[in-house]
Write a protein that binds this ligand. Structure first.
Ligand code: C5P
Length: 290
């Protein structure tokens, strides 16, 4: 039997991501940069509750972070509005409740993940069956990292981050996220890197695959081009990198344009054991999610 009235409410767990390598290849004429990165979803989540309305209104309430505004600039609201416009039915409305757990401005993609969750969730609640291509286009219009979160898992990204190829790889490590509470604006970080000319792209996926036999390959080949410029501005970050290695990380790297540093440990339990080494900062020991 078909449901005439699909369920009115959805609760979605929107994961964070880290970048297993991030190379800034070139600056483009449109002001963006072509990048080469591997996005990996990790097990810390914002919680998004969506309730369908039939009066076309879109409302938003934020819990857990007093700094995040719930107005029209909120990326969740912009996602809902973009899908509403594409559906050409202005009776579609939504109450959004966003419980923030992922630190913001932290290189973990929390806002992008929230936006992707609203797109996917609203499409279900409004009983739309958009082509995956349409959803991806709307996502890319909201932000370079948003398309990744429509699929999650592990994916290699090109162009400005929106061209994705899934990566079929068991990545067995535990992850420790350490965030010192510094907000790094992404446009500033790209400017600070000041890429002129081109740098070649590395085969990140091959190195991640080979690292199953030789973890040392991670340190050699999985790097983040933002680190030098962002580290120069925020000396606590290279200190955290050193401390992650001291605590036993196989690889310690910055995620995205920062400021979250992450360590890969042999197991989630090993990552948990390193948490007390960073008691003055926000931390989260977790794993990769498929
Ligand atoms: O796509 P998103 O809105 O997240 O990008 C924010 C800003 O970061 C862009 O306006 C641009 O300055 C910079 N950016 C970039 N190259 C990318 C992604 C973002 O230069 N690949």
């Amino acid at each position: 039997m078909q449901h005439k009235d699909p369920q009115p409410e959805l609760v979605i767990q929107a994961p964070a991501k880290i970048n297993l390598g991030l190379e800034i290849l070139r600056r483009r004429a449109d002001g963006y940069h072509d990048i080469n990165t591997v996005f990996a979803a990790v097990g810390i989540f914002d919680e998004i509750t969506l309730h369908r309305r039939a009066d076309g209104l879109i409302t938003c309430r934020v819990e857990g972070d007093p700094e995040l505004e719930a107005g029209e600039d909120n990326l969740c609201v912009r996602a809902a509005r973009a899908l509403q416009a594409a559906s050409a039915d202005d009776s579609h409305g939504l109450d959004i409740t966003l419980l923030k757990r992922i630190p913001m401005g932290a290189g973990l993609g929390g806002g992008s993940s929230d936006a992707a969750a609203v797109l996917a969730g609203a499409a279900r609640l409004w009983n739309l069956r958009p082509e995956q291509g349409l959803l991806l286009d709307i996502a890319a219009g909201l932000g370079s990292d948003v398309p990744f979160f429509l699929r999650g898992g592990l994916a290699q990204a090109a162009s400005r981050g929106e061209i994705l190829a899934p990566v079929d790889l068991e990545f067995p490590y535990g992850v420790l996220l350490v965030n010192p509470g510094i907000h790094v604006p992404t446009p500033w970080a790209y400017r600070a890197v000041g890429r002129t000319g081109e740098r070649p792209a590395t085969d990140l996926v091959r190195h991640l695959r080979d690292a199953a036999d030789d973890a040392g390959l991670l340190r050699e080949h999985i790097t983040n081009d933002f680190e030098a410029a962002v580290f120069a501005e925020h000396p606590v970050l290279p200190e955290l990198k050193r401390r992650l290695y001291d605590a036993g990380a196989v690889l310690a790297l910055m995620s995205g344009s920062g400021s979250t540093m992450f360590g890969l440990f042999s197991t989630v339990q090993a990552a948990e054991q390193a948490v007390p080494c960073f008691s003055e900062y926000w931390t989260c020991a977790t794993g990769f999610i498929q």
